[in-house]
Design a protein around this ligand. Sequence first.
Ligand code: CMX
Length: 132
Amino acid sequence: MRIDHIGVAVKNIQDAVRQYETILNTSNVSTEVVPSEKVRIATIPVGEARIEFLEPIGDDSAIAKFIAEKGEGIHHIALAVEDIKGDIGRLSEAGLRVLYSEPRPGSHGKMITFIHPKSAKGVLLELCQLPK
Ligand code: CMX
């Protein structure tokens, strides 16, 4: 596995992008909407990995709840995996709380699931499998 991206919850991706274009000295940004996750995402590459800024779409978005409770900040770490279905089975059997038993569509055509922070020392982990 390797770190694919770090997800950062923000109220407004345009504000976030403006700040991080300065911090990272880049204008290499792509944006997309992932309706199934109720988020608008802006992605900035950093070396082999990326930072993904997540802006909630609607009050019932997981990101809206996170920001209401904790404010803006790091929301999850995403690990790229080769066999997401195999990993879901392996981790569920090990007793970890896997949030989607079937992978769902994420950003950039990836299939994703999450491991609950209570099963990962307070960190929400995303597992993502890149399209072949
Ligand atoms: N990181 C660390 N801890 C978190 C957390 C996060 N992102 N979100 C919630 N928690 C903690 C809460 O602080 C709380 O801890 P305490 O009980 O110690 O106070 C606990 O988790 C709450 O857990 P819960 O009641 O089971 O769940 P919530 O309603 O707070 O929802 C979660 C949390 C992770 C189950 C929910 O956000 C979820 O299903 N996430 C997966 C989907 C998602 O995040 N989508 C948006 C991103 C999509 C993308 O990247 O494409």
